[in-house]
Design a protein around this ligand. Structure first.
Ligand code: ATP
Length: 221
């Protein structure tokens, strides 16, 4: 009794462009936090996302909006690690940074949508990145059937062995988990389009975020 080592904390890492952050980011992460028993989820805005270039507003605005979006959730945190790094933002380096920071004190779970998972072959150090930490792939409303399935791309399928429904173990021992969250049909593109068209974004982004957008006149044509 009393000699059992404490289970390490589980920490979620949630990278994104957040241009701007919306409820489709927040609610699924809150559900994942609950399902996986994460002690916190760290939101990590990308400085210069290597795969996106259209209409991306300065990082400090995207950072400030995430800050306002999560400030009433004690389990959500914000990191500027990608903003402090020069050049492009690579998730590999970000995971590496948090692995070193937490060492054995925490198990890391990188959270992403299924669309991002499907694009991962374009990421730096793919597929080695799966040996760095655990991954949680959440569903997201998509137009095509492929996006609804819990599939591992064929080129890397050999690296994973199925454990149970939706759960795979990478050859490094790390986990890849597909997780079903509430489907929220919102994207940043959608939010930006509404603003451009002069439409309301109330209830699609938190109040503090829409206030910030109005105050700084962001995304308006
Ligand atoms: P854009 O429309 O500009 O491409 P986005 O809405 O996809 O942006 P990102 O900041 O690129 O937002 O997304 C960060 C992460 O959040 C990605 O892993 C993405 O898959 C996930 N995500 C975004 N929107 C949703 C949503 N509605 N439901 C579940 N996951 C989402």
């Amino acid at each position: 009794l009393g000699t059992q080592p404490e289970a390490p904390h589980k920490i979620g890492l949630f990278g994104g462009t957040f241009n701007p952050v919306h409820i489709g980011h927040l609610r699924p992460c809150e559900e994942i936090r609950e399902i996986f028993g994460l002690s916190s989820v760290i939101f990590i805005p990308a400085a210069m996302p290597p795969h996106k270039s259209r209409q991306i507003i300065p990082a400090r605005h995207r950072f400030e909006m995430v800050k306002r979006a999560i400030n009433d959730n004690p389990f959500f945190e914000l990191s500027d690690v990608e903003l402090r790094r020069e050049g492009s933002s690579y998730s590999y380096e970000t995971i590496d940074y948090f692995s070193a920071r937490y060492d054995r004190a925490a198990e890391l779970y990188f959270i992403m949508g299924r669309d991002a998972f499907r694009d991962m072959h374009t990421w730096k150090n793919y597929p080695d990145i799966f040996s760095l930490c655990n991954f949680i792939i959440m569903n997201r409303p998509v137009a095509d059937d492929a996006g609804r399935q819990q599939t591992i791309p064929p080129d890397i399928a050999d690296l994973f062995s199925p454990q149970e429904e939706g759960l795979y173990r990478h050859c490094s021992g790390r986990l890849l988990c597909f997780c079903e969250v509430s489907l929220i049909e919102v994207s940043s593109t959608d939010v930006r389009r509404r603003i451009e068209e002069g439409k309301t974004i109330r209830y699609i982004v938190p109040e503090g975020v829409s206030g910030y957008i109005t105050q700084h006149n962001l995304f308006s044509p």
